[in-house]
Design a protein around this ligand. Structure first.
Ligand code: NAP
Length: 265
């Protein structure tokens, strides 16, 4: 089987208004792929679509959607169907975290995290995948995290959503590989985006973090090679390996709390 990106004409990116999702848009546009940019902040999507469609010979559509609403994914799917848009590559980048003790963080924020990071991602994958299988090409990039590799105290729900995304994506990848469809779980470590101001942590460390453009470029290369998971960057790869394969899980959880929050859990 050849290059996975060759089978992609149109890519739908959720979370395209910022950070890692936004970073996928430019290289895909430079390859001549049409784009469907999705997020809540329409003004940002409009500016990005205008910039990229002016610079590259592509069409860039924007669709505003709140994917933390239970009917968000279904509405988005109906919208693309209604406009006759075929999605060859789905990049599920919309997601967020809140940092704090599980028993103290507002339930509504944690429920929204599960709805967006898990429910919306799974539903969009389920709705777009059958078309890809029929066309024998394309695929899905689901953004998990290095938080997927061990429990993370003070980010308990977030890390659990990402463990779900990794397991789910790697399983589905095997189910559809024979049809020429690629499913990639992208597991970045700390990346300099708005994620950290929303999480309420590490805003003072952005300068030390990897850049979203590099994360997107490495994962597009991994997708093109039909890999089922990637941890961008050697240091994060080593840490992920040590956390998931070398440490007992209670120890890995305690170390995660120390590294992220400097506290003993
Ligand atoms: N940054 C990191 O260190 C890091 C590390 C590992 C994994 N990740 C994961 O990477 C993904 C992208 O995060 P990021 O770092 O790029 O953060 P970001 O800059 O905050 O971007 C998050 C994106 O999600 C969109 N979004 C949030 N809530 C939404 C909703 N209810 N409906 C639709 N879209 C929504 C946002 O757009 P609007 O606000 O305009 O809707 C934004 O475009 C997330 O899944 C995150 O968990 C991040």
């Amino acid at each position: 089987m050849g290059s996975a990106l060759e089978t992609v004409r149109t890519a739908l990116i959720t979370g395209a208004s910022s950070g890692i999702g936004r970073a996928f848009a430019r290289p895909l546009a430079a390859m001549g792929k049409d784009l469907i940019l999705v997020a809540r902040r329409e003004d940002r999507l409009q500016a990005l679509a205008a910039e990229l469609s002016e610079k590259y010979p592509i069409q860039a559509h924007i669709l505003q959607a709140d994917l933390a609403q239970p009917d968000g994914p279904q509405r988005l799917f109906a919208d693309t169907e209604g406009r006759g848009l075929t999605v060859d590559l789905l990049v599920n980048a919309a997601g967020f975290a809140r940092v704090g003790e599980f028993s103290e963080l507002p339930w509504e924020a944690q429920a929204a995290m599960i709805q967006l990071n898990v429910q919306a991602l799974v539903e969009l994958t389920r709705r777009y995948l059958p078309g890809m299988r029929q066309r024998h090409g394309g695929g899905v990039i689901n953004i998990a995290s290095t938080a997927a590799f061990q429990p993370v105290p003070y980010m308990a729900v977030y890390a659990a959503t990402k463990a779900f995304v990794l397991s789910f994506s790697e399983a589905v990848a095997q189910e559809v590989a024979a049809d020429g469809v690629t499913v990639l779980a992208l597991c970045p470590g700390a990346t300099a985006t708005e994620f950290w101001s929303i999480a309420g942590h590490w805003q003072d460390r952005l300068a030390t973090m990897q850049l979203p453009d590099r994360v997107a470029a490495l994962s597009l290369r991994a997708f093109d090679r039909r890999r089922s998971s990637i941890v961008p960057g050697l240091q994060d790869r080593v840490l992920a390996f040590a956390a998931s394969r070398l440490s007992p899980r209670p120890l890995a959880a305690r170390l995660a709390a120390r590294i992220l929050f400097g506290r003993r859990s």
